[in-house]
Ligand binder design. Structure first.
Ligand code: FAD
Length: 338
């Protein structure tokens, strides 16, 4: 059993999509000690995972902004308050706990826990996880040469890399790693790519072979690292074995609300958490914001701008929950010295 956390935060935010990131901004503005926990090793939620290269036209003050650039700016905005960021951990449980004479929330993960006075759930459509590829060798070399994410580019230097996938992430990593790796081969099971046209045009100017209708059959290695990958043409069944040091699997993501529905909160249609106009759920000190929140008496509108509004309300409501003497209204940021 992993050890419990030894310190209590004022606010812990579950999910680092736009609503979670903006909640962290307001929590910081109110002087609360803030932590964000995100299931993926990267922040940005749907913007980073599903449409990083698409333009968004309905974020106030930005006539047109690419999703990944909006994420960058949200990160820049919260760095002012330096919240603690915990990436790659999915919150599985939400329970009450006595800690040094105080009743707090315990957020459990499979590696440990987080203790907090209030919680803001900004879990969107659920925790993202990569689609897994079930082929011989993948499990044997996972994190020893087979990866679903590039968390650190260093192990990729001078290596022979096979990239699998046809979305933005696969193409972006092929471009990003091309001068870093000894060689890159890209395989994709179809001849249609779900990526930005400009990225594909750029990829075609490089020496990277783009093999469409090819899929992974198996990975062979020496027990400690991959040495080769056998791939096959899915129309003709032709097989080839190519030398590889690294296989990067980038075949999309799926999202699942998973355990959240079992935390004792009132749900609406089993996909949304019911809140009042303060974004409060039926659990004391637990708030919800963004796509996951169904505000009683309000029309559902799953948009970034709605999530920002929810996030501001939820973070300020956390403040008044912790300190009932505090005002809900934070004051105008334009009057503050930040
Ligand atoms: P999300 O962005 O879904 O982020 C939730 C995060 O929580 C995820 O990163 C997830 O991994 C994490 N998480 C979930 N559960 C857990 C857990 N148990 N533990 C840890 N982490 C967890 N909206 C607009 O306003 N304008 C647009 O133009 C627009 N275009 C879109 C285009 C597409 C293709 C799509 C799919 C959506 C678009 N949207 C647009 C909608 C917009 O992206 C969402 O409204 C917004 O992302 C919701 O933000 P969120 O922070 O609530 O949740």
């Amino acid at each position: 059993m992993p050890e419990d956390a030894s310190e209590v935060y004022d606010v812990t935010i579950i999910g680092a999509g736009p609503a979670g990131l903006f909640a962290a901004f307001y929590a910081g503005l109110r002087g609360m000690r803030t932590k964000i926990v995100e299931a993926l090793p990267e922040v940005g939620g749907q913007l980073a995972v599903l449409y990083p290269e698409k333009f968004i036209y309905d974020v106030p003050g930005h006539p047109k902004i690419m999703a990944k650039d909006l994420v960058k700016q949200l990160i820049e905005q919260i760095h002012l308050f330096e919240p603690t960021m915990v990436l790659g951990q999915r919150i599985e449980t939400l329970t009450r706990k006595q800690f040094e004479g105080e009743e707090v929330w315990r957020l459990g993960t499979d590696t440990g826990s987080h203790l907090t006075r209030t919680v803001v759930i900004t879990a969107g459509i659920g925790a993202f996880e990569p689609n897994k590829l079930d082929r011989p060798g993948v499990g044997d070399y996972l994190d020893k040469g087979v990866y679903y994410f590039v968390k650190d580019k260093r192990p990729f230097r001078g290596k022979k890399i096979l990239i699998i996938g046809g979305g933005d992430t696969a193409i972006d990593w092929a471009l990003n790693l091309k001068d870093w790796a000894e060689s890159i081969t890209l395989i994709h099971r179809r001849d249609q790519f779900r990526c930005h046209e400009g990225s594909m045009a750029h990829l075609k100017t490089t020496e990277i072979p783009i093999m469409t209708f090819w899929e992974l059959k198996r990975i062979e290695g020496d027990g400690s690292a991959p040495k080769s990958a056998t791939i096959y043409e899915n129309r003709t069944a032709e097989e080839r074995t190519i030398p590889v040091d690294i296989v990067l699997i980038s075949t999309g993501f799926k999202a699942a609300l998973g355990p959240i529905t079992k935390w004792g909160m009132e749900m609406v249609d089993n996909r949304h958490i019911k809140t009042n106009v303060f974004m409060a759920t039926n659990l004391p000190g637990v708030f919800a914001a963004g796509d996951i929140a169904a505000v009683e008496g309000s029309a559902p509108l799953n948009l970034i701008v709605t999530g920002f509004g929810h996030a501001a309300i939820a973070a300020n409501a956390c403040k008044t929950h912790i300190d009932p003497a505090a005002r809900m209204f934070p004051g105008h940021s334009s009057e503050m010295k930040l």
